[in-house]
Design a protein around this ligand. Structure first.
Ligand code: ZN
Length: 381
């Protein structure tokens, strides 16, 4: 059987003939390589060291194996790796040997074989030495197959002060307006199916996670948030305190979007009329604050060792310099102006306008729609 190679790691796993699925003998998703690359870059770019890391939906354990090989030596204090698959421990130990993980590093590992949330919540009562794990983790990896919902409460309860929650959601249809009732039930918000649906979906997901955090007085602030391929990914840093939580809640508002003139804005209300006299469509409530920590993305970009991520990381860095809600789409603007769309490069020559990873034809800017339309008209004259 040929080995699968993922950067520093070799895996002895058989992939299914069709798409990967939750019932695989050992779960491994080759489409998440980029997701794991970014996690390594982020952990190597934050200042924190000696981290207690939890990877409790480990699947094959490839992410943890890569953490052991590719994180800077001072990053890991202890790594708690868990999967409920009965074969998990045996297969993972084989991979430790296959990948020649050193004995000192192996001493930093605790393996679990429980349902993911139980693994996290049981820890406090386990016979683990307090020096190993005091019941709170500095980094929790939540990369489930589908919605993160079933695992959010336990992860939020066990994240440490200043700890980082890394959350993936692959149920993008539920967040982008395909099934609005599902969005209501699962994410307590109204989606909007237009050209901004991925940014709106990401912001709906962020608010849902934050609401679960504030009930424990944990304010969860996004460090890095993106949509890629067919998933959403968010890194949130936890701060303790009522004031921080109140600040978070103030940034939960509606997003209003005019289907006629493309104007958009945020509001505490969802029943407003645009200056063009068309009734706004609305999404939300959702997170209207920043999606990224600009300094961190700068460091991630400087530290990037993965050529295949260069384009994406550069785009995120550029976008983080103009971290506002919503974006304009050059094709949509061309449609309402009844003219051909301008080239992206021409528009980017103006200051305070950047591309966005949400759409190849989208631009992020603090400028008003009227200002953007004037700029576009000036290009034509
Ligand atoms: Zn309008």
């Amino acid at each position: 059987m040929p080995l699968i190679h993922e950067h520093s790691i070799k895996l002895n796993i058989t992939l299914p003939r069709g798409d990967v699925h939750a019932k695989m003998e050992t779960f491994y998703n080759p489409l998440m390589v980029s997701n794991r690359n970014l996690a390594i870059l982020l952990l190597n770019s934050i200042e924190n060291t000696n981290l207690n890391i939890v990877d409790h939906l480990a699947g094959s354990g490839v992410r943890s194996l890569r953490f052991l090989k590719e994180l800077q030596p001072d990053k890991i204090n202890h790594l708690f790796i868990n999967d409920k698959n009965p074969r998990f421990k045996k297969v993972f130990k084989q991979h430790l040997t296959l990948n020649k993980i050193s004995k000192p590093l192996q001493k930093k590992i605790t393996l679990g074989n429980q349902e993911a949330s139980l693994f996290l919540l049981n820890r406090i009562n386990d016979n683990v030495k307090p020096s190993d794990f005091c019941g709170y983790a500095d980094y929790i990896e939540l990369d489930p197959f589908g919605s993160p919902n079933p695992f959010l409460s336990a992860a939020i309860a066990r994240i440490s002060r200043h700890g980082i929650l890394a959350i993936t959601a692959t149920d993008t249809a539920a967040l982008t307006g395909t099934y609005p009732k599902v969005t209501q039930r699962k994410y307590w918000s109204t989606p909007l199916k237009n050209y901004m649906m991925h940014e709106i979906g990401l912001r709906i997901l962020i608010r849902k996670i934050q609401l679960l955090g504030v009930q424990f007085d944990k304010a969860l602030t996004p460090l890095l948030s993106y949509h890629k391929d067919h998933y959403f990914r968010i890194y949130l840093q936890s701060e303790k305190g009522k004031e921080h939580c109140d600040d978070i809640l103030k940034q939960h508002q509606y997003f209003l979007s005019c289907p006629n003139c493309l104007n958009f804005k945020t509001s505490l209300y969802n029943n407003e009329t645009c200056i063009c006299q068309t009734k706004f469509q609305y999404a939300g409530p959702l997170w209207i604050g920043k999606l990224h920590n600009q300094n961190l993305i700068q460091k991630i970009s400087e530290n990037n060792t993965f050529p295949e991520e260069q384009k994406f990381v550069s785009l995120l860095k550029e976008e983080a310099s103009q971290d506002s809600i919503g974006f304009y789409d050059l094709h949509e603007i061309a449609r309402i102006l009844k003219r051909n769309p301008h080239k992206m490069e021409d528009i980017l020559k103006f200051p305070h306008i950047t591309r966005t990873h949400f759409s190849p034809t989208g631009i992020k800017t603090n400028k008003s729609l009227a200002e953007i339309i004037n700029l576009i008209k000036s290009l034509s004259s």
